[in-house]
Design a binder for this molecule. Structure first.
Ligand code: SAM
Length: 275
């Protein structure tokens, strides 16, 4: 089967089905085979792994993922792409599901032992997708995602920086982060305005007794308004003032000044300060 991830095959497929890339669905297809090969190789998948792929498009990445894994389950929102994938993708271990990923019931994957996620999706849904994956009960060994360079920086933003937010705290608690590769905007058709990076989030060993879900709610609450103090943002949650004092923090401390472990420290003393 011919390699999908190049300019001529991408053009050929779009022409054959009388289609244009849809901007509103963030359709920028990878047209460089070395990019999809590298992503598949570093996706954490092997012959025992099921890959959940989000946004397969014309199947450029799907094709490579199928070679390195046991099975690929690809969720695609666009009817036209689903038709192309069903007609053209010659792949025995791939299942194409026509659905908006944000509506997809992840519990269907409950029985899978070894799962990784791989996605090249529109930038505007990267954050909701990450929250959906993180907040699900499914254990993913690794999430590999193509993201806009700037978003990649936000994911690993350090305390004190203007990019630091609830997602950066949550990501650093749950994952070891690494950059798989930088991807030049010329590797896509149509060419986007900005370059991208592929990041790998490898799931850390979690403390089974710790309620992460509730802690993440707490962190999000702390960041409700980043310009406000922690005391203000947490008003509905409880009165954090006494514990800030006990731990030696200023009463005017703002969320972007706290490291992930400091959030945890304050949260874990909740029984002492929650009213
Ligand atoms: N993976 C392909 C590649 O790398 O060439 C296509 C990537 S393109 C950037 C993003 C794909 O995600 C498109 O095919 C688009 O239709 C699909 N998509 C957009 N929103 C989606 C959603 N909510 N759920 C599933 N797929 C979505």
């Amino acid at each position: 089967m011919k390699i999908i991830s190049n300019y001529s095959v991408t053009q050929e497929l779009l022409k054959k089905y009388d289609l244009f890339a849809k901007k509103r669905l963030g359709q920028n297809f990878i047209i460089d085979p070395s990019v999809v090969k590298k992503i598949a190789r570093d996706s954490g998948a092997d012959s025992n792994t099921v890959v959940l792929e989000i946004g397969p498009g014309l199947g450029a990445l799907t094709q490579q993922l199928s070679k390195v894994s046991k099975e690929v389950i690809s969720i695609e929102i666009d009817t036209d792409m689903v038709e192309i994938l069903n007609n053209e993708l010659d792949c025995d271990n791939c299942t194409i599901i026509h659905q908006d990923f944000l509506e997809y019931d992840l519990n269907q994957l409950q029985d899978q032992q070894e799962l990784v996620v791989c996605a090249n999706v529109p930038y505007y849904i990267t954050t909701p997708i990450l929250f959906k994956l993180i907040e699900s009960d499914i254990h993913f060994k690794q999430i590999t995602m193509m993201v806009q360079k700037e978003l990649g920086q936000r994911l690993v933003a350090q305390v004190g920086s203007s990019q630091y937010n609830a997602l950066s705290v949550i990501i650093s608690m749950l994952f070891d982060y690494s950059v798989v590769m930088n991807v030049d905007k010329r590797c896509f058709y149509p060419m986007p305005k900005i370059d991208s990076i592929v990041v790998a989030l490898k799931t850390k060993e979690l403390d089974k007794l710790f309620d992460y879900e509730r802690f993440f709610e707490f962190v999000k609450k702390c960041f409700t308004q980043r310009r406000k103090t922690l005391v203000n943002n947490l008003k509905e949650w409880g009165n954090v003032s006494p514990i800030l004092e006990e731990l030696g923090y200023s009463q005017t401390i703002r969320p972007q000044e706290l490291t992930p472990s400091q959030f945890k420290e304050i949260y874990e003393k909740e029984s002492l300060w929650k009213t």
